[in-house]
Structures are given as structure tokens and as C-alpha cells.
Design a protein around this ligand. Structure first.
Ligand code: UDP
Ligand code: LCN
Length: 816
């Protein structure tokens, strides 16, 4: 949008809008009259602009109007609600900043309204009686948030740890709290770092000076045991370092922080404090396993992410424990549901060691129905709510039994895992982190206002309530991208869409989550680089898979694993791999390809997704997508140009498959209607495969468009298919071009997306936010009380509305 010279940052929309309307009064009168007469009640920006276009037909006049202040306001409007004679506007001038106004369509008078008033205004469109009820349930987490400092700039969002350290440095009580915190550090009942003789900041300071003298006199690599007795006399315990050098550095860090707190040093100090040894990670919905599960419904990136995360975290913990000079064994436990009908996977086993780790396990706890039966079959992630309370209770007991101690950090994944993590962390009094992977709310337009339409199928009333509970209970929130929190200039973020919303007839959320809270942190995952490495590293390649991959791609017989064939094998391949969900839009890609002659002439299409027989799926969306795939292959006569491969679960073979596609000088295409992050995108890029990925969601941040890959618009298939075709055209004209894009993709990955950076930051957050939580314990308690109300009065009631599958055959199930 053009710049708006007359709009100052300090102006509110309500202040500037009357003048803005006056400047184009003639057109605006017409436009507002049209809005009211159109009968449309809820308009998104795009619809609003269409109405403006219809009102001001003359292009020149229209662009004059739109270049003015009113243009800025309209283009910043996310949503307009029409309740004659008024039009309410929800305006978002910048990520995270919202203003609400109500305009009288006749007089063009403008009134500033609060968010709650706006939501209430909008509710009248959907449920007038409820909207008029002054005592309708309104949730306002902002009202119980009075002490915590917040960020103020959109650009700072997602840098929570940095600002938390800064806030810590600015607080007068920090040093006393830090002393108390250090005094409370224990491992197996043994004090760490300092003992109770150093019970004032003054004593600690003096002792640090003396201890520093002791360690300075030693050679750098003197082991801790050699000077342990001397330090003990001064009030110090284990945990400072494994050598004299390391112990001295840590002591100096603490001394400097006490003398003049500075955020960088504070962060570094917390990266050294021995606090996190035992971690619990929740991912309840199945299938969670290490083999044969990927590609099953609801089972994709979250599983890959967690297993890679565990390996990286364990490595980080082992390194830190060694450097701290401690002989502690760390434990990481991934808690998921046990599924008796496990379809040949190990999801019916209670405990499974995690491959590639020394001390980490999967612990499976069954879902129990309200009637006390173990739920035997898989259920969709949308239907898990009735089982979560009991699951949390049983899981907490199992964890304590398995770990023989409380965890130091509990991490939730996705709505169900985050809810359970909130319950368990609250109960055990430990630090809690949440990871969304995807928040469903933004995937479906108006899923909040129209929740009643969706509820039978998706139970969003449960899901959004659970998400709110977890977001507020969490001590820190990890996201993979900025857009996940705050979107972009044009589009609100996933968390941002939970700042304020309404579910008419159920509750109004006047303040759901504050994205300026310093709890938000962007910590991007990576792909396992020992598996996903470039196609050009020929000596490392898994050549043993080549015959199987050859068969998978080119064998001419349809079987259980592949369908369709590639007649001209000289052509490069465009490749995609995803769960066969509607949102993944694999069928969209097949249709774009089917319709685009140029693309069909240039390349073959290979997709790995789901399987071929719809009667074998018990997932609603998957069944529909399977049928659609068959229909499209038929309609566009794609046999000979398409190979549809069933879901693949061997990541080694998949990695080699990406590389074999790179050998054809092909490309990876990720066409999702929306993608929260997109692990396949970074896997493909790690293998050196040029990548085209959706501009809706995380991939837009991963790929720098036109440099390290390309963005495609999933809602504009023709344009996207042409973009892909143009790339291959260009590659035919300039053989270097393919390699340039491939190399730029790899460079991007190595600079920004690795598990090592991830694990280092996450463990440090575990300590900093633990300290922050303890410093703000009154605030935390007030919030927890409010959360408990929401849980008991709302969530539990909603969870009971979700149907339970028909009870098992008598004798097959175990009453509990
Ligand atoms: N995947 C797989 N086989 C399949 C489909 C997907 O191994 O048939 C893997 C894929 O390699 C990636 C993950 O599942 O590691 C999917 O993650 P992504 O973030 O792309 O999507 P999600 O499924 O989590 O929405
Ligand atoms: C879930 C998704 O939908 C993906 O976008 C992510 O990459 C994956 O989880 C891992 O976070």
C-alpha cells in the first residue's frame, strides 16, 4: 500500500478516520451504503476491497482514494462486520496491533470501540440473543496479567528470552531471588553450586572473590575434584565446571551479573546453571512411534520433530552435565498414548528406548473412556478430548514411577499435548513449555465465529479452549517461525488470532493471549543432517536403496505401493510427499499438473501420500482425498505421467528418494493450502533439491523467494504451475541455473535451521523461564486460578460433547 503522509504513528484509527472519510466523502458515502445494502455481514479485507472496486469504477479515481489515508485504513482492515446502520472495523496497522471502530454508514460518524464491544457487535450477526445477554461468558486473561513487563515493538516479538533477561536485569529484587534460586538447586537431594552458608548476596559476593582466587591459582585443566574441598570450605558445591578454567568462568559470570546485571551475561549464566536434567515431552495422539507410522493420518512432522528434538536435547544435556562437572544421568521421556490396535506398529508397547539415545524413552499410557475401558483403536486428533483428563492423571503417576523423580521441564506438543502438559506441570509445580506445530484456528476461515458449523466434525470448541488454557499456563512458548506468532504485515499470525475472538453462543475471548508477552520464542527446528544430506555427497549416499527406489519410481505394474507410471523417464521429476490431508493439497498439485500442458511436457509428477483404497482408511479427510486423487488421474488422463506412491515410513529411504529426485534435476513442491512450518521443505533443501513451497505459512519464511527456492500460491494453481514450468524452461536454457538454486537452498539451511542451535537455546530457556516463573509466582498463581476455572467449568463440559467410539467387544477390553 502507498505511504500515507498524513497518518502519524501516534494517531489512532479512530482519530484519523473521520478526516480520512471526509477527504473522499462522496465515494465513501456510496461505498458504505453499498456495504450495508449488499447483505454481506462479515467481510474480510479482500471482500472489502472488492466492494470498493465496485463502488468506484473509475480506476484513476479509485487509486486516488486508495492512496490516501482511507486506503491505508481499508488495506489494514482485517475484517468488517455489518450491522445496519453500522459497520464495525477490526484494523491491524501492524503485526500485533489492533484497533476497533464503528462507523455510521449514513452520517459516516466514527466511534472508537473496545475489542470486547467489537466482538459483541460481530456476535449479533451469528447469535443475536446470546449477544444481547450482558452476562454472556467473557474471558479476559489480560485482567489477571498485571505485573509482567511486555515487549512493545512488532519486530521484537519472538525474542522472548532476550527480553526476559533484560527485564531480569532491570528488577531490583533479582539478586535476592537469584540467591534464593541458587540455594534451591538440588540434584538427588544434593545441593548444587552453593550451600546454605552463603545465605546473603553480600556473603556470596565475598565468597566468589575468594573462590576465584583459589581457581585462578590452578592450571586450567585441573579437574574439579582436586579443588572441591577448598571450594566447599567457602560454601561452594558441585556444578561450577569440570575444570578450574570452566569453574572460574562461571564464577566470574555470576560475580559480573551481581555487580552490574547485563542481559547477555545473564543469559550466559543461565546456560551454565545446572537446572535441567529430566525432561518430559507430551504428544498424546497417535500414532507415535519410531517406525511404520509416518504418513498415517495425523502422523507426520510432529513425530519426526520430537524424535530429532530428543536426540538433540539429550546430546546437549550430556554436554552440559559434563561441563558442569556432574555425574548425573539425564532422562527424556516422550509420553504418548498406548494404542492396543496398533496396526503392526509398536504403539501397543508401554516402554520403548529411543534409537540414537542413551537415556531416552517413549512411555505409552492408554486412553481410558469415561466408562473405564481402555480405548483400543486409533482416534483422530480432533476427537481426543474426552480422554485427556484421565490420561494426564495416569501419565503423571507413570512418569514419577519411570523417572523416580519429578521432571525439571515439561514440554507439550499440539493442543492435546499442551493441555496435558499444563495439567501435569501445574500439578507437579514444574516449568512448562508448549509447542503448537499447528494451531487449527487459522486453517479454517471463521472457525471461531462459525464454530457451531464445525463442531460436529472438528470439536473446535474444545480445541480452542484447550489452546487458550495451554498458552496461558505455559511458562514459555516455542515456535518455528515469526509468522506462527505474529504473521506478516498482511496476515495475522496463528497465535495472534487468539488475542481476541468470539465463539457466539459459547464465550467471548476479550483477551486470549498476548503476543507481546516475553514468553514467545522462535526456535526453528532442523532436519537430521546425518540422514538428509546433499545429493552431491556421492560417497555418503545410501546406494543400497537404489534398486528399491528404481522399482518405486519406474516399475510398470500397479501394486500396493505404487499406482500409475512414468512413460518418459528422461524427464525431470517434480516430487511431493505429505499426509493425505485436505490442507496438504496434494490433490491440488495433481490438478494443477493435469491442467498445465507445458508442465506436463516438461516434467513427470511423483507424489508420496496416503494409500489407494479408500475403504481402508478410517480418517474422514483421507478417504475423501483418496477418492479425489483417483478422480483427477482419470479426468486428466495422467497415467504415464504420474506416479502415486503410498505413504513411506523409512526416513533413510525417503532421504535417498529426495536425492534420487535431485539426480533427475527435478524439484520438490509443497503445495499446502496452509503449512505451519513444513519439515519436508527443509528435508528437500538439505538434500539439495530446488524447492517450491506454499506462501501460506512457515515455508514463506524458510525460503527466500527466487533465491533459495520459490514461493507458490496454493490458491492460484495456474500461476503456481506456470512458475514451476518456467523454472524448468530456464533450466533447459541455462544448465547452471538448477545448481545455483540447489546450492542457495543448502546455504539457507546451514545458516538458519539446525538442531544444535535449537537444543542449546531450549535448555537455556528451561532455566531462565524457571527462574522467571519463580520471580513472578504471585502472578502465576492468579493466572492458574483463572485457568482452573476455565478448565473445570468450560473445558470439561465441552469434552463431554465429543462422541466416544462404540465400546469394544466384551472381553476384549480391560475395565479400569
Ligand atoms: N513423511 C513420511 N512419509 C510420508 C509422509 C510424510 O516420512 O508418507 C514425513 C516427512 O518426511 C516429514 C514429516 O513426515 O518428516 C512431515 O512433516 P511436515 O512438517 O512436512 O508435515 P506434517 O505432517 O507435520 O503436517
Ligand atoms: C506439524 C505441521 O503441520 C508442520 O507444518 C510442522 O513442520 C510439523 O508439525 C513439525 O513442527
Amino acid at each position: 500500500m502507498a505511504s500515507t503522509p498524513s497518518f502519524k504513528r501516534s494517531d489512532t484509527i479512530a482519530d484519523s478516520m473521520p478526516d480520512a472519510l471526509k477527504q473522499s466523502r462522496y465515494h465513501m458515502k456510496k461505498c458504505f451504503a453499498r456495504l450495508v445494502a449488499s447483505g454481506k455481514r462479515l467481510l474480510k479485507r479482500q471482500h472489502l476491497m472488492e466492494e470498493v472496486e465496485k463502488t468506484i469504477e473509475d480506476k484513476v479515481e479509485r487509486s486516488e482514494v486508495l492512496e490516501g489515508l482511507i486506503g491505508f485504513i481499508l488495506i489494514s482492515t482485517e475484517e468488517a462486520a455489518v450491522v445496519s446502520p453500522y459497520v464495525g472495523f477490526a484494523v491491524r496497522p501492524n503485526p500485533g496491533f489492533w484497533e476497533f471502530v464503528k462507523v455510521d454508514a449514513e452520517s459516516l460518524e466514527v466511534e472508537a470501540i473496545t475489542v470486547s464491544e467489537y466482538l459483541n457487535f460481530k456476535e449479533t450477526i451469528f447469535d443475536e440473543t446470546w449477544a444481547r445477554d450482558e452476562n454472556a461468558l467473557e474471558i479476559d486473561f489480560g485482567a489477571v496479567e498485571y505485573q509482567i513487563p511486555h515487549l512493545t515493538l512488532s519486530s521484537s516479538i519472538g525474542n522472548g528470552m532476550k527480553y526476559t533477561s533484560k527485564f531480569l536485569c532491570g528488577k531490583s529484587e533479582t539478586m535476592q531471588s537469584l540467591l534464593d534460586y541458587l540455594l534451591g538447586l538440588k540434584q538427588n537431594g544434593q545441593e548444587l553450586m552453593i550451600n546454605s552458608t552463603l545465605n546473603t548476596v553480600g556473603k556470596l559476593k565475598t565468597a566468589l572473590l575468594r573462590a576465584s582466587d583459589v581457581v585462578s591459582a590452578l592450571s586450567k585443566d585441573t579437574p574439579f575434584q582436586n579443588f572441591e574441598p577448598k571450594l566447599k570450605e567457602l560454601g561452594f558445591e558441585k556444578g561450577w565446571g569440570d575444570t578450574a578454567e570452566r569453574a572460574k568462568e562461571t564464577m566470574n559470570l555470576l560475580a559480573e551479573v551481581i555487580q552490574a546485571p547485563e542481559s547477555g551475561k545473564m543469559e550466559m549464566l543461565f546456560s551454565r546453571i545446572p537446572k535441567v536434567f529430566n525432561i518430559v515431552i507430551f504428544s498424546p495422539h497417535g500414532f507415535f512411534g519410531q517406525s511404520d507410522v509416518l504418513g498415517l493420518p495425523d502422523t507426520g512432522g510432529q513425530v519426526v520433530y520430537i524424535l530429532d528434538q530428543v536426540r538433540a536435547l539429550e546430546e546437549e544435556l550430556l554436554l552440559r552435565i559434563k561441563q558442569q562437572g556432574l555425574g548425573v544421568k539425564p532422562q527424556i521421556v516422550v509420553v504418548t498414548r498406548l494404542i492396543p490396535e496398533s496396526r503392526g506398529t509398536k504403539c501397543n508397547q508401554e516402554v520403548e528406548a529411543i534409537i540414537g539415545t542413551k537415556h531416552s524413552h517413549i512411555l505409552r499410557v492408554p486412553f481410558v473412556t469415561p466408562n473405564g475401558y481402555i480405548l483400543r483403536q486409533w482416534v483422530s486428533r480432533f476427537d481426543v478430548y474426552p480422554y485427556l483428563e484421565k490420561f494426564a492423571e495416569n501419565a503423571a503417576a507413570k512418569i514419577l514411577q519411570h523417572m523416580e523423580c519429578k521432571p525439571d521441564l515439561v514440554i507439550g506438543n499440539y493442543t492435546d499435548g499442551n493441555l496435558v502438559a499444563s495439567v501435569v506441570a501445574g500439578k507437579l509445580g514444574v516449568t512448562q513449555a508448549t509447542i503448537a506445530h499447528a494451531l487449527e484456528k487459522t486453517k479454517y476461515q471463521d472457525s471461531d465465529a462459525k464454530w457451531k458449523e464445525f463442531d460436529n466434525k472438528y470439536h473446535f470448541s474444545c480445541q480452542f479452549t484447550a489452546d487458550l488454557i495451554a498458552m496461558n499456563a505455559a511458562d514459555f512458548i516455542i515456535t518455528s517461525t515469526y509468522q506462527e506468532i505474529a504473521g506478516s504485515k498482511e496476515k495475522p499470525g496463528q497465535y495472534e488470532s487468539h488475542m481476541a475472538f468470539t465463539m457466539p453462543g459459547l464465550c467471548r475471548i476479550a483477551s486470549g493471549v498476548n503476543i507481546f508477552d516475553p514468553k514467545f520464542n522462535i526456535v526453528a527446528p532442523g532436519a537430521d543432517q546425518s540422514v538428509y544430506f546433499p545429493y552431491s555427497e556421492t560417497l555418503r549416499r545410501y546406494t543400497t536403496f537404489h534398486p528399491a527406489i528404481e522399482e518405486l519410481l519406474y516399475n510398470n505394474v500397479d501394486n500396493n505401493e505404487h499406482y500409475g507410471s512414468l512413460a518418459k523417464r528422461k524427464k525431470p521429476i517434480i516430487f511431493s510427499m505429505a499426509r493425505l490431508d485436505t490442507v496438504k493439497n496434494i490433490t491440488g498439485l495433481v490438478e494443477w499438473y493435469g491442467k498445465n500442458k507445458k508442465l506436463r511436457d516438461l516434467v513427470n509428477l511423483v507424489v508420496v501420500a496416503g494409500f489407494f483404497d479408500p475403504s481402508k482408511s478410517n480418517d474422514r479427510e483421507e478417504t475423501a482425498e483418496i477418492k479425489k486423487m483417483h478422480g483427477l488421474i482419470e479426468k486428466y488422463q495422467l497415467k504415464g505421467q504420474i506416479r502415486w506412491i503410498a505413504a513411506q515410513s523409512d526416513r533413510y529411504r525417503n532421504a535417498e528418494l529426495y536425492r534420487c529426485i535431485a539426480d533427475t534435476k527435478g524439484a520438490f513442491v509443497q503445495p499446502a493450502l496452509y503449512e505451519a512450518f513444513g519439515l519436508t521443505v527443509i528435508e528437500a533443501m538439505n538434500c539439495g533439491l530446488p524447492t517450491f513451497a506454499t506462501n501460506k505459512g512457515g515455508p514463506a519464511e524458510i525460503i527466500v523467494d527466487g533465491v533459495s527456492g520459490f514461493h507458490i500460491d496454493p490458491n492460484n494453481g495456474e500461476e503456481s504451475a506456470n512458475r514451476i514450468a518456467d523454472f524448468f524452461d530456464k533450466c533447459n536454457r541455462d544448465p547452471q541455473y538448477w545448481s545455483t538454486v540447489s546450492a542457495a537452498g543448502l546455504q539457507r539451511i546451514n545458516e538458519c535451521y539446525t538442531w544444535k542451535i535449537y537444543a542449546n537455546r531450549l535448555v537455556t530457556m528451561g532455566s531462565i523461564y524457571d527462574f522467571w516463573r519463580q520471580m513472578n509466582k504471585d502472578q502465576k498463581l492468579a493466572k492458574q486460578r483463572y485457568i482452573q476455572l476455565l478448565y473445570s467449568l468450560q473445558f470439561k463440559k465441552l469434552a463431554r460433547t465429543v462422541p466416544i467410539p462404540v465400546e469394544q467387544q466384551p472381553g476384549e477390553s480391560t475395565p479400569k
